[in-house]
Design a protein around this ligand. Structure first.
Ligand code: DON
Length: 675
C-alpha cells in the first residue's frame, strides 16, 4: 500500500517496500533504479583542505573617520567557517544527475539582521539551486492566493517523520501531510494561480526575487535534469490526481515544481530571504513586501515543525529555529524579528540536509542562545514614572478660580510615562497597574514618547481597557505615540475611541484639566467676557479703593486671534495681566527650526513680569490664541506710580514677588512629583 493513515503508529517506512522503481531514462547514464530514499551520508573524500575563500566583509566602519574595527560576529563566523571547512562528511545529491556537478568544497555562511545588515564568510556569492527551500516560499504564495482554510484543506501541517520524497499521504483527510515534503509541495504548487505555465511560474519567480531583493534566474540544465529523472515526483503527483488531492494539468504543476526547485540563489540570497521572513515579510534592504504579514507565522510554523524532514524533531531540539533545507546544499534559518541565516555546502547527510549547514546552525544557536524557547527576558518595566495631575500641571497658567478646582481635584488625572516595547507581558503589567490606581481617576494619560513599538496584543488590551474605563465614565488618553503605533492603534481602536489620541502630554493634561474644571464650574472656562481688574490674580489683596487708584496707571489693549502680544527681541518694558482670551508663550528651539510651547495663560494671569526686575529684551513670543484683552502696565507709568503713590507701588511689587514665589513653589512641587 502507498498511503500511511495519520493514525498509523507503526512508523514503518512503507515506501521502502511499495514504491515503484522507475527506470532512469537519462541516455548518458546506465539505467538505474531510482532509490526510494536517496542515499546521503557516506563520507566524501576531498583533497586536503584548500582554504575556502573568505568573503572579507568590511568591519564596522565609522563613516566620519573611515576607520573600522573587525566585527565580533564576523570574526566568530570566520572561525566557525574555518573549523567546518575541515569537515567533509556527506555526499552530494545524485538522484538529480546535474547536481553532482556541484563543487563539494563550496561552503558559505551569511547572517543577515532583520534590518538588512549582513555578515558573510566563505562562498557567499556562489550560485546553486534552491531546491526544497522553495517549498515554504511557494506555500506562502498559495496562502496569499487562497487563504489558510482553503490551503489547509488541500495540504496538512503534520510532520511525517519520513524522508522528503516519501510516498505517504494523510488518508483520513485525503491530503499530503505537510507542504515541506515533496508530496505536499507538489500539491501546494498545484494551487498557485495564474493563466498558464509561464504566468504561474513568473508569479513564483517574482515572489522569490522580492524575497532575495534581486532578480533571480533559473538553472535550465538542473531543471531539465530533474524533469527528465523525477519519476518519483511524477508518481506522487499522479497518485494525488487519482485521489482528488490535486487537479489537472498535472504535467504543468510538475514542470512548475521542478522549475521552482531550479531557481538559482547564493547563501547571501538565502540569508536575505530568511531576513525577510524575520522582518515580517518585508525585504529589509529594498523595503519591498515579499509575503503578506499575516502569513509569515504560518510559513514559519511549518518550517519549524516539518522543515528538516525526518530530522525536524532533533533540529527543533538542538537548534530551535524555523528552517528549511534543500538538496542543492542550502539551508535557511530564521529568528523572527531578529535575523536570518543562509548557508551553502552541497555535502548532504542521510536526511538530505546540508551537513555543514546543520553544524553551523547548531553552533550558532548554542553559542548565542538563539533557540526560540531559550528566551529568558523578563518583561521590561513599561512604566518609567507616573504622576497625578494637580502636583504636575499642564503648561497653561491658570487664574485662581481654575487653580482652586485643580488643587482640589487634579489628583483625578493619572499620567504614566511609558518606555520600551508594548507587548502582551508589558501591556498586562500596565493595565494591571491602571486598574488598581484608577479608582478615583477621571482621566488616564499614557505618554508614548519613549515607546519603541506596540504589538497587536498590547493594542487590543489597551482598547479593552479604554472601553472598560469609559464604561465607568473615565477617559484614556494616548499622547505622543510613534507614528506607526498611532496608525496601528487607529486600526485596532475603532471609531468610538479614536479621539483619545492627542499630540503630546501637555495637550492631554490641559484637556483633562479643562474637563475637570468644567465639571465643577461650568462657566469657569469662558474666555470671551473680560474679567474686571479686581479679579486679576496679583491684585487679590488690593481693596476696591486701591484698585480705583491703580486704574489711571493701567491701559487696556485688545488682540486679534493669532496676533503677537509680545514679540521676541522687543524691549521688555511692560507687565501684562490677561483679562480675556488665551495666550501662549512659544520659543524657538536650539535647532533654529522648531518652536515649542513653553506656557499658556488663562484670564487672571500676569505675564511679562520678569522684565520688571531684569530689564533687557523679550526672549519669547506671546501669541493670542483667541481674541484677547490685556491690562497693560507700562514701566514708565510704574515710575509715576512710585512717585505719586509709593505705598501702592510697594504693594504692587510685593504682590509680584508673591506671584513669582508661588510659581517657584509649584515648580518645586512638580519636580518633586516627577522624581
Ligand atoms: O523534488 C525533489 O526531490 C527536489 N527537487 C527537492 C528535494 C529537496 O531539496 C529536499 N531537501 N533537502
Amino acid at each position: 500500500m502507498f498511503w500511511r493513515k495519520s493514525n498509523d503508529t507503526s512508523n514503518t517506512r512503507e515506501t521502502e517496500v511499495d514504491a515503484p522503481n522507475p527506470v532512469n531514462t537519462i541516455p548518458q547514464m546506465p539505467p538505474q533504479p531510482t532509490p526510494s530514499r536517496p542515499s546521503f551520508g557516506a563520507p566524501y573524500i576531498v583533497p586536503p583542505h584548500t582554504s575556502a575563500t573568505i568573503g572579507h566583509a568590511p568591519g564596522l566602519v565609522n563613516p566620519s573617520t573611515g576607520r573600522s574595527i573587525s566585527s565580533p560576529i564576523e570574526n566568530w563566523l570566520k572561525s566557525l567557517h574555518d573549523k567546518h571547512c575541515q569537515n567533509h562528511f556527506g555526499q552530494m545529491a545524485s538522484y538529480i544527475p546535474e547536481l553532482t556537478k556541484a563543487d563539494p568544497k563550496h561552503f558559505g555562511i551569511v547572517l543577515a539582521a532583520a534590518d538588512g545588515k549582513s555578515y558573510a564568510v566563505g562562498d557567499s556569492e556562489v550560485l546553486f539551486t534552491i531546491q526544497s527551500i522553495s517549498k515554504p516560499l511557494v506555500y506562502g504564495l498559495a496562502l496569499e492566493d487562497h487563504g489558510p482554510d482553503h490551503v489547509l484543506h488541500h495540504v496538512g501541517v503534520e510532520p511525517t517523520g519520513e524522508a522528503f520524497n516519501s510516498i505517504v499521504m494523510d488518508e483520513i483527510n485525503n491530503r499530503p501531510f505537510n507542504p515541506m515534503v515533496n508530496a505536499g509541495a507538489i500539491a501546494t504548487t498545484a494551487l498557485i494561480r495564474g493563466s498558464g505555465r509561464e504566468h504561474r511560474f513568473n508569479r513564483i519567480l517574482d515572489m522569490f526575487s522580492r524575497y532575495a531583493g534581486r532578480r533571480l534566474t533559473v538553472d535550465e540544465s538542473v531543471f531539465e535534469s530533474e524533469r527528465a529523472t523525477g519519476h518519483r515526483n511524477r508518481a506522487i503527483a499522479y497518485l494525488q490526481l487519482n485521489s482528488g488531492m490535486i487537479e489537472e494539468p498535472v504535467a504543468e504543476h510538475l514542470d512548475l515544481y521542478f522549475r521552482q526547485c531550479a531557481i538559482l540563489v547564493s547563501a547571501r540570497d538565502l540569508a536575505m530571504m530568511a531576513a525577510t521572513l524575520a522582518n515580517n515579510g518585508v525585504n529589509p534592504l529594498t523595503g519591498e513586501r515579499a509575503i503578506a504579514a499575516e502569513h509569515v507565522k504560518t510559513v514559519l510554523s511549518v518550517m519549524a515543525s516539518c522543515g528538516m524532514y525526518d530530522y525536524s524533531g532533533e533540529w527543533v531540539y538542538r537548534v530551535g529555529l524555523p528552517a528549511k533545507s534543500g538538496v542543492g546544499g542550502g539551508i535557511i534559518a530564521v529568528l523572527p524579528g531578529q535575523f536570518g541565516v543562509g548557508t551553502f555546502s552541497p555535502l548532504l547527510d542521510e536526511h538530505g540536509n546540508s551537513h555543514r549547514g546543520i553544524e553551523v546552525c547548531k553552533e550558532l544557536s548554542q553559542r548565542f542562545h538563539l533557540h526560540v524557547y531559550d528566551m529568558h527576558f523578563v518583561a521590561d518595566n513599561i512604566v518609567r514614572r507616573s504622576f497625578r495631575g494637580g502636583g504636575v500641571t499642564s503648561k497653561r497658567l491658570r487664574g485662581q478660580r481654575e487653580r482652586k478646582i485643580l488643587d482640589a481635584h487634579g489628583h483625578k488625572i493619572l499620567a504614566y510615562e511609558l518606555q520600551g516595547g508594548l507587548y502582551f507581558a508589558t501591556a498586562e503589567q500596565l493595565v494591571r497597574r491602571i486598574v488598581v490606581d484608577c479608582f478615583q481617576a477621571t482621566h488616564v494619560i499614557l505618554d508614548g514618547r519613549r515607546i519603541s513599538r506596540a504589538d497587536q496584543s498590547a493594542l487590543l488590551l489597551l482598547r479593552d481597557l479604554s472601553l472598560a474605563l469609559s464604561a465607568e465614565g473615565k477617559t484614556l488618553l494616548l499622547a505622543d505615540l510613534p507614528a506607526q503605533v498611532e496608525a496601528d492603534w487607529q486600526d485596532v481602536a475603532g471609531a468610538s475611541i479614536r479621539a483619545t489620541c492627542v499630540s503630546d502630554v501637555d495637550a492631554a493634561l490641559e484637556y483633562s484639566e479643562n474637563m475637570l474644571i468644567l465639571e465643577f464650574d461650568p462657566k469657569a472656562l469662558a474666555i470671551e467676557t473680560r474679567l474686571p481688574l479686581a479679579q486679576m490674580d496679583i491684585l487679590q489683596s488690593f481693596s476696591q479703593d486701591e484698585i480705583k487708584r491703580l486704574q489711571p496707571f493701567i491701559e487696556t489693549e485688545c488682540y486679534e486671534a493669532g496676533s503677537r502680544i509680545i514679540r521676541e527681541g522687543d524691549p521688555a518694558d511692560r507687565l501684562y495681566l490677561l483679562a480675556a482670551g488665551t495666550a501662549t508663550v512659544d520659543v524657538m528651539l536650539d535647532d533654529g527650526k522648531r518652536r515649542a510651547r513653553l506656557a499658556a495663560f488663562r484670564p487672571g494671569v500676569a505675564f511679562g513680569e520678569f522684565a520688571l526686575f531684569d530689564g533687557g529684551r523679550r526672549v519669547a513670543n506671546v501669541v493670542a490664541e483667541a481674541p484677547s484683552e490685556c491690562y497693560v502696565v507700562d514701566f514708565k507709568k510704574l515710575e509715576q506710580l512710585e512717585a505719586i503713590e509709593p505705598a501702592l507701588y510697594r504693594k504692587l511689587l510685593f504682590a509680584l514677588g508673591r506671584l513669582l514665589t508661588d510659581r517657584l513653589r509649584r515648580v518645586t512641587a512638580e519636580v518633586r512629583a516627577l522624581t
